[in-house]
Design a protein around this ligand. Structure first.
Ligand code: IMP
Length: 175
């Protein structure tokens, strides 16, 4: 399959993704028994995963979609990232960040730190996919669906230049 200048091949079928989502939800239903977590999907890529995952949760839970905004800071680190869009207070809440894919892990590490500083009771992350750099760096992600090599993927909410999010299966670039 061709999207713009890149060629893609199917990597994970939608039925296999659905099984994995049910498995992750099963772990969450048991680990969060007696609690009422707030799901925090990071837009845009995680909208489809978050929707399917939430449908499989049987614990009482809320959802608040957030975005990462990059802005130029005044300090030497240059580009800083921060979380925008959460309407309700996350203070004293059990937060479950929902990510599509962790690559270097820089985004998720920054967001987890920010949420802990806001006074969340607990902060964990569920990510459908994790790439090799984050695995090597041992980024703190408790719930992971599939491990990937260092390859570019799209489909199931993830995009290449805005395209491909609507695909039910997951594809990888072969060009
Ligand atoms: P990180 O900060 O390097 O871990 O980047 C994570 C974010 O980069 C994800 O939430 C995605 O939005 C994006 N991303 C990383 N790898 C891919 C990919 O293979 N396909 C689509 N988006 C990706």
């Amino acid at each position: 399959m061709q999207i713009k200048d890149l060629e893609f091949e199917k990597l994970i079928d939608s039925a296999v993704i659905a099984d994995k989502v049910r498995e992750l939800a099963g772990r969450l239903n048991s680990d969060y028994a007696g609690k009422s977590p707030v799901l925090l999907p990071i837009l845009n890529g995680s909208f489809m995963f978050a929707s399917d995952l939430m449908k499989e949760l049987t614990i009482p839970c809320r959802i608040s979609f957030v975005k990462i905004s990059s802005y130029s800071g005044t300090n030497s680190t240059g580009q800083l990232k921060t979380l925008i869009g959460h309407e309700e207070s996350l203070f004293n809440q059990d937060i479950l960040i929902v990510e599509d894919i962790i690559d270097t892990g820089l985004t998720i590490e920054k967001i987890m730190l920010e949420l802990r500083e806001l006074g969340a009771k607990s902060v964990e992350t569920v990510s459908l996919l994790r790439k090799q750099p984050a695995r090597e760096k041992k980024v703190d992600v408790k719930y992971i669906g599939f491990e990937l090599e260092n390859e570019f993927v799209l489909g199931y909410g993830m995009d290449y230049d805005g395209l491909g999010r609507n695909l039910k299966d997951l594809y990888r670039s072969i060009s």
